[in-house]
Design a protein around this ligand. Structure first.
Ligand code: 5AD
Length: 346
């Protein structure tokens, strides 16, 4: 194990079978060494800076019916909303004042946000805040659409791959969603010059070390700029309501491995991690994460973007509590910075 971890830290790659071993044979000693090396690596690239992103959840209307997701189209109990371009702009204004220099517009696959509307909105935000980056997280779209959004000024795109194993993908999604389409989108986004993010849930139903090893191999070969991982958490109105949540321990272990695979990756300590443990966000940073994404959505809609049960949206998760978040992050030896926080070339 020690030899494997040292090899990973040095070469930033392992064989698929080695990733699987690293996961199957994990023990406290291995976890400690991984954390130590991940912290060291992260500090070499980003010092003690933590980047913040203002997360605007623009719509919980979604045409898809992903089996794990609380806002899946088929969930009759979900109270739907969508924000208008003006409401989104107001969130950016508030966020800018608070010190955010990246706005993430995330939402379900909602046809209301057609290319024309989005391109107009992106151009307006860019004009108003030229020193800010725009990240989109709006699911699968055509190459033409991605290209228009990029030309309008969007800088980054997050599209979690959810799992790098096609059969596992089919167990988490309805037949309309195909693994090949997801991969096509991710490759197109990269080709179009977006800083591109993938990611997956830890402890999702049917996931074993074999699937996770494939996720790690995918990250190693795809070389994303960002990677969002967080524990799976069941949602009561989904098929997976009765399944167990993923663990904090495994999520942190994976964060450290991902940091070693790609030393300059932008790695968020996610809301899901903060939801399963009151100190989850801090533990994620200590494991190698360097990004946090406080919620900038209007307070009136926050509880409606329930991807999973008990998703936190107030307290330190809210952009308005940034001061408290800053204090907690400095208490563990890191510092929140006002910066676009682009990936650093090394
Ligand atoms: N638990 C954890 N994460 C979830 N997501 C969706 N549903 C859940 C859940 N039940 C994640 C997916 C999606 C992102 C927006 O949220 O990975 O890509």
């Amino acid at each position: 194990m020690i030899r494997l971890i040292e090899k990973l830290a040095k070469e930033h790659r392992l064989e698929l079978a080695e990733y699987e071993l690293l996961l199957r044979n994990r023990n406290p000693e291995a976890a400690e060494l991984l954390t130590e090396l991940a912290q060291k690596t992260r500090k070499e690239v980003y010092g003690n800076s933590v980047f913040i992103r203002g997360l605007i959840e623009i719509s919980n209307i979604c045409k898809n019916d992903c089996l794990y997701c609380g806002i899946r189209g088929g969930n009759r109990n979900c109270v739907r909303y969508r924000l208008t371009p003006q409401e989104i702009m107001e969130c950016c204004e508030e966020g800018y004042e608070l010190g955010f220099r990246t706005f993430v517009m995330q939402g379900g696959e909602d046809a209301y946000y057609n290319d024309e509307l989005l391109c107009g909105l992106i151009a307006d935000i860019k004009q108003r805040f030229p020193d800010c980056a725009i990240t989109l997280s709006l699911g699968e779209r055509s190459r033409e659409s991605y290209q228009k959004l990029r030309e309008a000024g969007a800088d980054r795109y997050l599209l979690r791959h959810e799992t790098a194993d096609a059969e596992h993908y089919a167990k988490l999604h309805p037949p309309q969603l195909a693994f090949a389409d997801r991969m096509r989108c991710l490759h197109e986004l990269k080709e179009l010059g977006f800083q591109t993010g993938c990611g997956f849930m830890v402890g999702s139903p049917f996931q074993t070390e074999a699937e996770l090893a494939k996720d790690l191999k995918f990250i190693e070969t795809f070389q994303p700029d960002m990677c969002g991982i967080g524990p799976f958490i069941p949602h009561i109105d989904t098929v997976f309501a009765g399944y167990q949540a993923g663990s904090l321990e495994l999520t942190c272990y994976l964060l450290s491995i991902i940091r070693l695979i790609k030393p300059n990756i932008l790695l968020p300590s996610t809301t899901a991690l903060g939801t399963i443990d009151p100190l989850g966000r801090e533990k994620g940073i200590l494991a190698g994460a360097n990004v946090v994404m406080p919620n900038l959505s209007p307070a009136s809609v926050r509880k409606k973007y329930m991807l999973y049960d008990n998703k936190i949206s107030d307290g330190d998760e809210s952009a308005q509590s940034l001061d408290s978040l800053k204090q907690k992050i400095s208490a563990i030896g890191y510092q929140v910075v006002t910066d676009r926080g682009d990936i650093k070339n090394i």
